[in-house]
Design a protein around this ligand. Structure first.
Ligand code: 1GP
Length: 250
């Protein structure tokens, strides 16, 4: 892919703010009639970037969903965060080209990427390479189950650092420390700080973040982007979105 427009837009956000606020939208959890209203409200509250993805796609026409989110998001980046090979669409600005570097499952290290790459090339969709690292978070998560991989022990930050450095030396452009959607425990701050001290590429952190205080702790520890998904699927939670934005932007 020739352009890196969206990757540059992410870096621009980091020049303006301490960290970026990412809202993860799961197509199965946002009713079609609410897409525009939710995206508009999120932008008003201070969301910087939208990720779209989920472990399964059961209900939705994925392309139509991505198109509607992009229409409502305007200039704000809309990035695919694919839970499977079915979650690829030319209507997004870019895709996180995930490599599950914490695991040892060849399908998630190179197999799926080789299937997806020609499709991305045909669509001329920007691919942002991302070292995806699952971190143990108290219970079995969908990401662990679906990827058939063992997460990094949460009390072993040195293991996370070794994988993160390997990802950076391989030329990956971002790293994602993932506790898993709805995780019981979030990614430990100690692990984030250790990576932040040694890694130059943007560090994305997500999974189980349910309060502005928790989000602020991830940023203080060194997260460049904080992803929140599950929490904003509950009734009335959008009222707190501005507080999350303030906590993340600092
Ligand atoms: C999951 O990191 C994201 O992939 C967000 O997690 O849904 O728990 O906020 P939550």
């Amino acid at each position: 892919m020739k352009t890196e427009k969206t990757y540059q837009a992410l870096q621009e956000i980091l020049k303006r703010r301490k960290a970026g606020f990412v809202l993860l939208l799961d197509p199965d959890d946002v009713p079609e009639a609410q897409i525009e209203e939710k995206v508009t409200a999120a932008i008003r509250a201070g969301v910087d970037v939208f990720f779209i993805g989920g472990s399964f796609l059961i209900e939705k026409n994925f392309h139509a969903f991505v198109q509607q989110v992009k229409q409502a998001a305007g200039e704000h980046p809309v990035v695919l965060f694919p839970g499977s090979l079915q979650q690829i669409s030319p209507h997004a600005d870019a895709i996180l080209f995930l490599c599950l570097i914490s695991g040892r499952n060849p399908e998630h290290l190179i197999g799926n990427q080789a299937v997806a790459a020609p499709l991305l090339w045909k669509m001329q969709l920007e691919a942002i390479s991302c070292g995806y690292m699952l971190v143990e978070s108290g219970t079995l998560t969908s990401a662990q189950y679906v990827s058939n991989s063992i997460p990094i022990p949460r009390n072993k930050p040195a293991i996370a650092l070794a994988h993160a450095l390997a990802g950076q030396y391989l030329g990956l452009k971002t790293l994602y420390l993932e506790a898993g959607s709805g995780a019981k425990y979030t990614v430990p701050e100690e692990m984030i700080t250790l990576l932040d001290r040694h890694i130059d590429i943007p560090l994305i952190v997500g999974g189980g973040i349910r309060t502005p205080e928790a989000a602020a702790r991830k940023v203080a520890a060194g997260a460049d982007f904080v992803v929140v998904g599950n929490f904003f699927e509950s009734e009335g939670s959008y009222a707190l979105m501005q507080q999350f934005a303030e906590a993340i932007h600092q």
